[in-house]
Design a protein around this ligand. Structure first.
Ligand code: GTP
Ligand code: MG
Length: 204
């Protein structure tokens, strides 16, 4: 089955759990004392969603301020971005808005954006209200979820939701245009029609 390649990057303050989310998604592992990312790290993962195959090319950026200037290298040309904050750290939420503004200015116009409030297993320590974050995400037409890399809650679902929201327009583009733009192989049209519709339906 031909896979659709999806370049995705993770953005957000240092320590919010970006690398932990990637490690859970790609290897189904969790490490208590993960080292802070230097520059960025890269991983890939293939998933099947509604009968369609996607290969996520994941750029996990470093949240430390000194690496901020590198971020455009990873979000430029990306089809999707996950902006992560820590639900137990109010100070990590303003960074979400900064990243969204930057993406709106500089990223591809049809980039799929998701906001993830991570560490939702630590309910007792919660500082960021779910509704506040969800309303903001709704406002900017972003996917919203609360995740836990520790318990794996909503990690797989997050990536599946992103896959479902990817625009179908390049798939519907006339074939000759797709070829001249160097597009990778695309699934046949009937299958895509199913995918772009809510619920998707199983492949017959
Ligand atoms: P930078 O690489 O510095 O940008 O940080 P990061 O966003 O990649 O954070 P990282 O994944 O390294 O996570 C930092 C620490 O937070 C981890 O070592 C874990 O101890 C903790 N952590 C990450 N995700 C979770 C989670 O879902 N729940 C809990 N309780 N702790 C988490
Ligand atoms: Mg990291």
């Amino acid at each position: 089955m031909a896979a659709r390649e999806v370049k995705l990057c993770l953005l957000g303050d240092s320590g919010v759990g970006k690398s932990s989310i990637v490690l859970r998604f790609v290897r189904d592992q969790y490490k208590e004392n993960l080292e802070s990312t230097i520059g960025a790290s890269f991983m890939t993962k293939r998933i099947i969603v509604d009968g369609n195959s996607f290969v996520f090319q994941i750029w996990d950026t470093a949240g430390q301020e000194k690496y901020r200037a590198l971020a455009p290298m990873y979000y430029r040309g990306a089809s999707a971005a996950i902006v992560v904050y820590d639900v137990t750290r109010e100070s990590s939420f303003p960074g979400v808005k900064d990243w969204i503004n930057e993406l709106n200015k500089n990223a591809s116009g049809n980039i799929v954006i998701a906001i993830a409030g991570n560490k939702c297993d630590l309910e007792d320590l919660r500082e960021v209200d779910t509704k506040k974050a969800k309303d903001y995400a709704l406002d900017i037409n972003a996917i919203f979820t609360e995740t836990s890399a520790l318990t794996a809650v909503n990690i797989q679902q997050l990536f599946e939701t992103i896959a479902r929201k990817l625009p179908a327009e390049d798939i519907y583009r006339p074939r000759h245009l797709g070829v001249s733009l160097g597009q990778t192989h695309k699934p046949e049209e009937p299958e895509q029609k199913k995918r772009s519709c809510c619920g998707g339906g199983k492949k017959s």
